[in-house]
Design a protein around this ligand. Structure first.
Ligand code: NDP
Length: 639
């Protein structure tokens, strides 16, 4: 069976007179594989019936289909064969597929009844009676899958179109939500043959795949299935299956459904926001069955999925090589035209990197939000002035998040600022919090990212906050903010942005070291320069900065030290003045504390160590002794 897997059976199907024989013969010649005429496998009785204009019954067709199936099973050529077979009904096609383990490509030829009738009337040697045409059209159930070719062109042109389709790399997508649909269309734009499947829930989720295919028929034909088994059977081996379903239990549930139907060498690409540890578990479970798995981060939201996301695949490198042309073709392109997609590394590293991407995103979103809030309510700038300020900043920062924030500040609904109609309660769905959990695991200080997650949590406590705001008077006059602070806000913003990135990349670096992932921080920055949510001029500059100094923390990078020094006073002043005036600046404050701690030779942690040793006998390292040796003091007795 193993050696049969490369065999592909091309069945050229459609009603009589549509042009199956000439197309199939020509196709077999081009593919240099044998050709079999299905009509020649009809019994003498069937041929007689057709000549007399008597439609064939299902019973008549049974022996004929069995003969075709037997011939398929005896195909010797390693690359398969081309058959003609009208295969008008789904159950005839299913019968053929059920009789063999080989993979099928259905080539459905179609044309209008009128065009075929006139062709048949002018034709000569065909045994088929033109009057049977109506019965053929009545019987026809066009396949929801396969290569659909209208035969209103020359046979040579039809064959060319079929060959183009056959040569396309093939992938099946499970999950046609926002991201799945965008990726499917993006792949079709990039010459990938995409077959789609979405689960069916009666009365809730029905015909999602069919509707998606129908809606896009004008430009592409997406083969679609509502039956998972048929979907998998249709994909050529080794199969490439991309999951774009809700992260979490849904991924395990889909894997357990497909697993019994998979064969060694098949590949699952999980492109949702899965937790990297789940990905690691899935990789090892599937590895045992010789099934490849790529845990693949995708960033860029709906628009990115459709037009070019940043893609972070991790797991089997062999599998990445197999689908790299697909993933790289749909990815955004960096300034040199290279794909914003690269093999990240082993195990769950792709999803780990995507998780940290989202962590950095959390930090930057909060930074923009609190800067806006400060300018509006504590510096009393109008919305227009804030939008203009952000636009000005963005001339040099070129941050996608800042760019969309300017748009947000300009959006009105019935004359009112839409932002004022949006409830100030933000959610956090996972990746931000997961970064914090990972930081605890790897012993990394993740101040800004964690603070941004916590700021969302506190925002979610709308009722408690409302009560607290009534109990505590936030309106009483506080320290005045100095006039020059607006100028300093830009410097502060720049430095907090740098610190937030330094923190995120530090987590990636430490996890990479711990797991021997060998992650390339410069390459990760490069694939984040376009397509993803945290693209910016800073990210662009990090590509070179990490190249120059790949292992070190960003704040130790010689090229960033001067910029940091230039902005540090601005950051300190903005943070302290804003808070003294009563404005919460969680991420800015967090960045200040991180910076001050990180750049301190002497921190307060000696007191912590002494306390721990005092009450818990935890021991401590000494400044007057080499590191790695631990000492105890009996605090109550050793005076
Ligand atoms: P949607 O909610 O739009 O779509 C979710 C898809 O998952 C639907 O096709 C849904 O099917 C399917 N699904 C849900 N539960 C199950 C289940 N138990 N079994 C089978 N299928 C199921 O989500 P998105 O397309 O936005 O997101 C998909 C993935 O991509 C998620 O992991 C998300 O975190 C990630 N992602 C999303 C981004 C975004 O901006 N939206 C950006 C980057 C990644 P049905 O229609 O039947 O419910």
């Amino acid at each position: 069976m193993q050696e049969d897997r490369g065999k592909r059976i091309y069945i050229v199907m459609g009603v009589a007179g549509v042009g199956k024989t000439s197309t199939a013969k020509g196709l077999a010649e081009k593919l240099q594989i044998p050709f079999y005429e299905g009509d020649e496998m009809h019994s003498v009785e069937n041929i007689e019936k057709m000549k007399n204009g008597t439609p064939l019954t299902d019973e008549d067709r049974k022996a004929w289909l069995q003969k075709i199936a037997d011939t398929i099973n005896n195909v010797q050529h390693k690359n398969g064969a081309v058959f003609t077979c009208s295969a008008l009904k789904e159950r005839y096609r299913e019968f053929l597929m059920d009789q063999t383990q080989l993979s099928f490509e259905w080539i459905y030829l179609y044309e209008t009844k009128e065009a075929i009738r006139s062709r048949m009337q002018s034709g000569k040697d065909h045994f088929f009676n033109p009057e049977l045409l109506q019965s053929q059209f009545d019987t026809l159930e066009p396949p929801a899958y396969g290569i659909h070719i209208r035969t209103d062109k020359t046979p040579a042109e039809c064959i060319d179109s079929i060959l183009k389709e056959i040569k396309k790399p093939k992938i099946g997508i499970i999950g046609l939500g926002v991201m799945g649909q965008g990726l499917a269309l993006n792949m079709a734009d990039n010459n990938v043959s995409v077959t789609v499947y979405n689960r069916e829930i009666k009365g809730v989720e029905e015909d999602i795949a069919k509707n998606f295919s129908d809606e896009n028929k004008e430009f592409y034909y997406f083969s679609w299935f509502k039956d998972l088994e048929k979907f998998l059977r249709y994909l050529p081996w080794p199969r490439n299956i991309l999951l774009m379903v809700k992260a979490g239990p849904a991924v395990d549930s889909v894997i357990s459904e497909v697993l019994p139907l998979l064969q060694e060498g098949d590949l699952i690409i999980d492109a949702g926001n899965s937790h990297y540890l789940d990905t690691q578990r899935r990789i090892s479970e599937l590895e045992e069955k010789d099934i490849h798995y790529l845990g693949t981060g995708v960033s860029g939201g709906e628009e990115g999925a459709r037009n070019g996301p940043s893609i972070m695949p991790g797991g089997s490198q062999e599998a990445y090589t197999r689908v790299s042309s697909i993933l790289e073709s749909i990815a955004a392109k960096d300034k040199n035209g290279d794909a914003c997609c690269t093999y990240i590394g082993r195990e769950g590293s792709g999803h780990f990197v995507k998780m940290v991407h989202n962590g950095i995103e959390y930090g930057e979103m909060q930074l923009i939000a609190e800067s806006y809030h400060f300018l509006r309510f504590y510096m009393n700038l109008s919305i227009e002035e804030i939008a203009a300020t952000f636009s000005k900043w963005n001339e040099s920062l070129d941050s996608y998040l800042l760019e969309i924030s300017v748009d947000i500040l300009q959006r009105r609904e019935n004359g009112e600022l839409l932002l004022d109609l949006i409830l100030d309660a933000a959610g956090q769905k996972g990746t931000g919090g997961w970064s914090t959990e990972a930081a605890l695991k790897y012993g990394v200080a993740l101040d800004t990212i964690t603070t941004a997650v916590m700021a969302r949590n506190i925002s979610g406590e709308k009722e408690l906050r409302t009560r607290a705001s009534e109990l505590y008077d936030n309106k009483k006059p506080r320290n005045k903010i100095s006039e020059d602070i607006k100028e300093k806000l830009f410097g502060a913003f720049k430095l907090v942005q740098i610190i937030n990135h330094a923190i995120g990349f530090d987590l990636i670096y430490k996890a990479s070291e711990e797991n021997n992932w060998n992650l390339d921080l410069s390459e990760i920055s490069r694939i984040w320069t376009n397509g993803c949510i945290i693209r910016s001029a800073l990210m662009e500059s990090l590509v070179e900065r990490f190249k120059e100094n790949p292992e070190k923390h960003l704040l130790l990078n010689p090229n960033l030290i001067q910029e940091t020094e230039t902005c540090r006073e601005d950051m300190l002043e903005v943070g302290t003045q804003a808070m003294a005036a009563g404005c919460p600046m969680p991420v800015t404050a967090s960045a200040i504390n991180y910076f001050l701690n990180f750049t301190s030779y002497q921190t307060s942690a000696n007191m912590i160590q002494a306390q721990r040793d005092y009450f818990g006998a935890h021991s401590y390292e000494r400044t007057d002794k080499p590191r790695g040796k631990f000492y105890r003091t009996h605090w109550k007795m050793d005076n």
